[in-house]
Design a protein around this ligand. Structure first.
Ligand code: NAD
Length: 480
C-alpha cells in the first residue's frame, strides 16, 4: 500500500517512530494509503531544518523567492490531472471540482504571492521638517501553518505561499483526513529546486503534530484554518507565548433573498452556495432566509432542483455531488438532520444517506438536504453542520432578517440577493460578516481581506494582509 512521507530538510522521510494512520477513500470506504502518524520528534526535526534554512532564504532576495514560487505554480499546473484525481480520491469531492477549482486555485496562490511580494513596499512617514520614519517589514522566522480537509491543497497553499514569499521558512501540517496532495506538493517542491529546509511538511494528528507546532518555542507565528473549537485550543497555547496568530474558523452563513432579486440567477447560485463540495466550504450559505412574497415560489423551485441533484462516484466526470469526507463526518451530519427533526423541522428534500452502486457502495454519501419550519435560534440554525444541509426561513422585514442573520456566534460570510442598490449597500454594512457577497457567491479576488468576525476568526488573510501578518514591522525614526 502506498505510504505518504514527511518532507523534512528537503527530503521525503518516514516518521521517526515508523507509525502510520489509515488514509481512507471516502467514496469507497476503503483504506488506500498510509499517512505518517508523526509526533513531537518529527516536528523538532522539521523545526531544526527550518531554522537552519532561515538565514539564506530570508536574505536570498525577493526575485529568487518569487521565481521558485512561480516554478512551483508551473509544476502544479503541469500536474493538474494527477493532483485533481488525488484530491478527489482523498476527499470525496467531484473530480470536476478539483480540476476546475481546487488545483487551479492552489497554483494561483503561489503565483499570486510570487507577484505580491514584488509589490509589497515599506511605508514611510514624514514629520514636517522634523523627522522621517520608515517602517521595515522583515521575515519573522519559522512559521507554523495548519490547514483543514475541505479544500486540502487550496487552503494549504493559501498559507504556505505568503509565508514563504515573505521570507519565512515553514513547518506545515496538512489535515490528516486528506493529506495526499500535500505529499504530492512536497515532491513538486523538490522538483522545483526549493532549497532544503525552507518548507517542511509533517503529517499526522492535530493533537500531536499540530499541538507540537503550536507549542514550539521556536515557531513565533501560527496561521491556522479549521474549526472554532480547535482555534480556541490553539489560542490557549499560543496566546500566553505571545505568538502572532491568524485564525480562520467556522461559520454559519446566512443567504438572504429579497423578493426583488433576479430570481433565476439567485436560484442557480443558491444551489451552488448550498451544496458545492457537499456543503463543505466554510463560505457555503447554510441558512437561507427568503422574503415572504417569494417564499413559496422559491421553495417549489429550489426543492425540485435539489431533488434532481445526482449524488455519485466523485471520479465520474458527470458527478456534481460526491462523498462527504469521512464516516465520522457523515454520522455527524446525519445526527444534525435528526436533531433538526426533533427541533420541529420538516425535511423537504434529502435527509438520508445515499448508497451509490458499484465500487462506491460502502462510501459516505448524503443526499442534499433542505429543511424548513425551524426557529432561527434552535441548535440546527446556530451550530455549524458543514455538510449538504440547508434550512429555509421566511422573513417580512429588513430588521427582522438582519437580526436573525446576525444571531449566531459566527461572522464569516453572507450572501444578499436584491436589485435595490441602496438596500444592498445599507444592509450589507449592517451584517456582522467579514465577507458579504451581493448577487453572487464565492467570487474571489485574492487581493481582498479574507477572514471572519466574532467566533469565525481572528486576523485576515489575502493580499497584503497575509504579507503583513507574516512579517514583523519595525519603525525607524530619523531626526532631521
Ligand atoms: P479541525 O479544526 O478539526 O482541523 C483543522 C486542522 O487542525 C487539521 O490539520 C487538524 O489536524 C489540526 N488540529 C486539530 N487539533 C489541533 C490542535 N489541538 N492543535 C493544532 N492543530 C490541531 O477542522 P477540520 O474538521 O479539518 O475542518 C473543518 C473546519 O474548518 C470547519 O469548522 C470549517 O468552517 C473550517 N474552515 C474554515 C475556513 C475559513 O477560512 N474560515 C476554511 C475552511 C474550513
Amino acid at each position: 500500500m502506498q505510504k505518504i512521507d514527511n518532507y523534512i530538510d528537503g527530503e521525503l522521510v518516514a516518521p521517526i517512530d515508523d507509525a502510520y494512520l489509515d488514509n481512507v477513500n471516502p467514496a469507497t470506504g476503503q483504506v488506500y494509503a498510509l499517512t505518517p502518524d508523526s509526533d513531537q520528534k518529527d516536528v523538532q526535526r522539521a523545526v531544526d531544518a527550518a531554522k537552519a534554512a532561515f538565514s539564506a532564504w530570508s536574505s536570498c532576495g525577493i526575485e529568487t523567492r518569487a521565481r521558485l514560487l512561480d516554478k512551483i505554480a508551473d509544476l502544479i499546473d503541469e500536474n493538474i490531472d494527477i493532483l485533481a484525481r488525488a484530491e478527489s480520491i482523498d476527499n470525496g469531492k467531484p473530480l470536476s471540482l478539483a480540476r476546475n477549482v481546487d488545483i487551479p486555485r492552489a497554483s494561483a496562490n503561489f503565483r499570486f504571492y510570487a507577484s505580491g511580494i514584488q509589490h509589497f513596499a515599506s511605508e514611510s512617514h514624514y514629520m514636517e521638517g522634523l523627522a522621517i520614519n520608515y517602517t521595515q517589514r522583515t521575515p519573522i522566522g519559522v512559521a507554523g501553518c495548519i490547514s483543514p480537509w475541505n479544500l486540502p491543497l487550496y487552503l494549504f497553499s493559501w498559507k504556505i505561499a505568503p509565508a514563504l514569499a515573505a521570507g519565512n521558512t515553514v513547518v506545515a501540517k496538512p489535515t490528516e483526513v486528506a493529506p495526499m496532495t500535500a505529499y504530492l506538493l512536497s515532491k513538486i517542491c523538490i522538483d522545483a529546486g526549493l532549497p532544503k529546509g525552507v518548507l517542511n511538511i509533517v503529517h499526522g494528528f492535530g493533537h500531536k503534530v499540530g499541538q507540537a507546532i503550536v507549542a514550539h518555542e521556536d515557531i513565533p507565528v501560527i496561521s491556522f484554518t479549521g474549526g472554532t473549537e480547535t482555534g480556541k485550543k490553539i489560542a490557549t497555547t499560543a496566546a500566553p507565548m505571545f505568538k502572532k496568530m491568524s485564525l480562520e474558523l467556522g461559520g454559519k452563513n446566512p443567504n438572504i433573498i429579497f423578493a426583488d432579486c433576479d430570481f433565476d440567477e439567485m436560484l442557480k447560485t443558491t444551489l451552488r452556495s448550498s451544496f458545492a463540495n457537499q456543503g463543505q466550504i466554510c463560505l457555503c450559505g447554510s441558512r437561507i432566509f427568503v422574503e415572504r412574497p417569494i417564499y413559496e415560489k422559491f421553495k417549489m423551485a429550489f426543492v425540485s432542483k435539489v431533488q434532481k441533484m445526482k449524488v455519485g462516484d466523485p471520479l465520474d466526470e458527470q458527478t456534481r455531488m460526491g462523498a462527504v469526507v469521512s464516516e465520522t463526518h457523515m454520522n455527524k451530519v446525519l445526527g444534525y438532520i435528526q436533531l433538526a427533526q426533533q427541533e420541529g423541522g420538516t425535511v423537504l428534500a434529502g435527509g438520508q444517506r445515499v448508497i451509490v452502486d458499484g465500487d462506491c457502495a460502502e462510501g459516505y454519501f448524503i443526499a442534499p438536504t433542505v429543511i424548513e419550519g425551524l426557529h432561527a435560534n434552535c441548535r440546527t440554525n446556530q451550530e455549524e453542520i458543514f455538510g449538504p444541509v440547508v434550512t429555509m426561513m421566511p422573513f417580512d422585514t429588513e430588521d427582522e432578517v438582519l437580526q436573525m442573520a446576525n444571531a449566531t456566534p459566527y461572522g464569516l460570510a453572507a450572501t444578499v440577493w436584491t436589485q435595490d442598490l441602496k438596500r444592498a449597500h445599507k444592509f450589507s454594512h449592517q451584517l456582522k460578516s467579514a465577507i458579504v457577497w451581493v448577487n453572487c457567491w464565492l467570487l474571489r479576488d485574492l487581493r481582498t481581506p479574507f477572514g471572519g468576525m466574532k467566533q469565525s476568526g481572528m486576523g485576515r488573510e489575502g493580499g497584503f494582509e497575509a504579507l503583513r501578518f507574516f512579517t514583523e514591522p519595525q519603525n525607524i525614526c530619523i531626526k532631521l
